[in-house]
Design a protein around this ligand. Structure first.
Ligand code: NAP
Ligand code: HSE
Length: 438
């Protein structure tokens, strides 16, 4: 039985999806049932890698949704609007939706989920996080029997590609970013990648699924790689660390708040992080992503693979289409939506005050190269009850020095108190960089 697909967008991801649908040979037989009925684009004149009959292309996305031959709507146009309204329109028309749009899901996921539940249609989002890595369905379904303690990962391909090439080849930031754009990894506005917003969207989605309730996207502390100094990447390497843009969603230890009737407090954040070279995420290079899920009783499970690009992302989109097509083949969700596949919320999640979160830190200080400076810095850390793991002078010239401190795990407010005192010290010129450390 043919199943009509309406594609909103024929860019990097849309073209990848169209390419899979155009060559079903050797794939699951259901792929051969999928017919690309209509495709919405912005510019009809733009050359496309795949030739489609011109009457299938339109600049009117609503016409795609409303077309009676379209059974499943696939939103791969990006941006917040009109993407959000189009997803809601498809749901209102009783059509299931597949989307790769993490920006929309991270902000309007609740609204979309409520509309989908009311209409009894699925909205599937495997491609929204981790590109080709199956992570959404495993978190929703395969790990459902666990209490999740932490989800952490490298979930932006563009920044991992940039950091890898800067570390391996000493390549210039701007040049590598341009390559990432050419290769189809970056967002339409790459600020979302390099400023950490894309990773924040994705960790909001993962946290919502892992902990059972929506997470306020606006409350996620976010720092990107755009202000990262190559000097810190080099110093980190000298000290046995690799710098990665990490996204973390961690359950606070207070289990009194943890239960179906209550809520859970989470520390959710995105920032460049020093990882010890032996850490499982330290060896993830290039456009690859990896997500480490830690739960009880499973322990640690790591998901690894290509995090962006046409083929990998299309693989995830088509997996969702097939899930829906399979359900259609047996007559649709007759007795209501499967709560695991539909990922219904069951708990209230709140974000912890960032000043109470605990972590190790890397600090680079610019100081005068004179006796007593290191001692005074150590005293300030001690007074704020910040324990130092190592303190080294890494560069000194013309009477100036650079001192790098790695702290033991400490509460953020105590660490900030120490930094304020250090900045005011005689002989300290500036706190030049400050990064989290695992
Ligand atoms: P893209 O290459 O910029 O493609 C966007 C497509 O949507 C283009 O075909 C564009 O038409 C069309 N479009 C945009 N606005 C439209 C409008 N108002 N009406 C009709 N058509 C419109 O973007 P992409 O990289 O494929 O990304 C698409 C989505 O997938 C985004 O949400 C992105 O975050 C997500 N995603 C991307 C990747 C990746 O590796 N690229 C991975 C995972 C998820 P024209 O071609 O005529 O301009
Ligand atoms: N721009 C995103 C990235 C695409 O680089 O990870 C995949 O979501």
């Amino acid at each position: 039985m043919a199943i009509g697909i309406g594609l909103l967008g024929l860019g990097t991801v849309g073209s990848g999806v169209a390419a899979i649908l155009a060559s079903p040979q050797g794939r699951h037989p259901l792929v051969g049932e999928l017919v690309l009925e209509r495709v919405a684009v912005r510019d009809l004149q733009r050359p496309r890698p795949l030739s489609l009959p011109p009457e299938r292309l339109t600049t009117d996305p609503e016409a795609v949704i409303d077309d009676p031959k379209v059974d499943i709507v696939v939103e791969v146009m990006g941006g917040l609007e009109p993407a959000r309204s189009l997803i809601l329109r498809a749901i209102a028309a009783g059509k299931p939706v597949v989307t790769a749009n993490k920006a929309v899901i991270a902000r309007y996921g609740q609204e979309i989920a409520a509309a989908a539940a009311q209409q009894g249609v699925y909205v599937l989002i495997e491609a929204a996080v981790g590109g080709g890595i199956p992570i959404i369905e495993p978190i929703k379904q395969s790990l459902g029997g666990n209490r999740i303690r932490r989800v952490s990962g490298i979930i932006n391909g563009t920044t991992n590609y940039i950091l890898s090439r800067m570390a391996d080849e000493g390549a210039a930031y701007g040049e590598v970013l341009a390559d990432a754009q050419r290769l189809g990894y970056a967002e339409a506005d790459p600020a979302a990648d390099v400023q950490g917003g894309d990773a924040a969207d994705k960790i909001a989605i993962l946290a919502g699924l892992a902990y059972g309730g929506p997470v306020a996207r606006a409350g996620i502390a976010t720092e990107g790689i755009d202000r990262l100094d190559a000097r810190d990447v080099a110093y980190a390497a000298q000290l046995g660390f690799v710098v990665k843009l990490l996204a973390v969603a961690e359950r606070m230890e207070d289990e009194a708040h943890d239960g179906p009737a209550g809520g859970v407090e989470l520390d959710v954040r995105v920032h460049p992080t020093l990882l010890p070279k032996h850490h499982p995420l330290a060896g993830v290079h290039g456009v690859n992503n990896a997500i480490l899920v830690e739960g009880d009783p499973v322990g640690q499970v790591m998901f690894f693979g290509p995090g962006a690009g046409a083929g990998p992302t299309a693989s995830a989109v088509v997996a969702d289409i097939l899930n829906i097509a399979g359900i259609r083949q047996v007559g649709g969700p007759q007795a209501g939506l499967d709560p695991l596949l539909a990922a219904s919320s069951w708990r209230h999640c709140t974000l912890v005050d960032g000043s109470l979160s605990r972590h190790r830190n890397y600090v680079r200080l610019r100081t005068r190269d004179e006796a007593g400076v290191i001692g005074r810095i150590g005293t300030c850390f001690g007074a704020a009850e910040v324990s130092i793991q190592s303190i080294v002078q890494l560069d000194a010239s013309a009477g100036e020095a650079e001192i790098v401190v790695i702290t033991h795990e400490v509460r953020e407010d105590r660490f900030r108190e120490a930094l304020t005192a250090i900045e005011a010290l005689e002989g300290v010129e500036s706190v030049a960089a400050c990064l989290r450390t695992l």
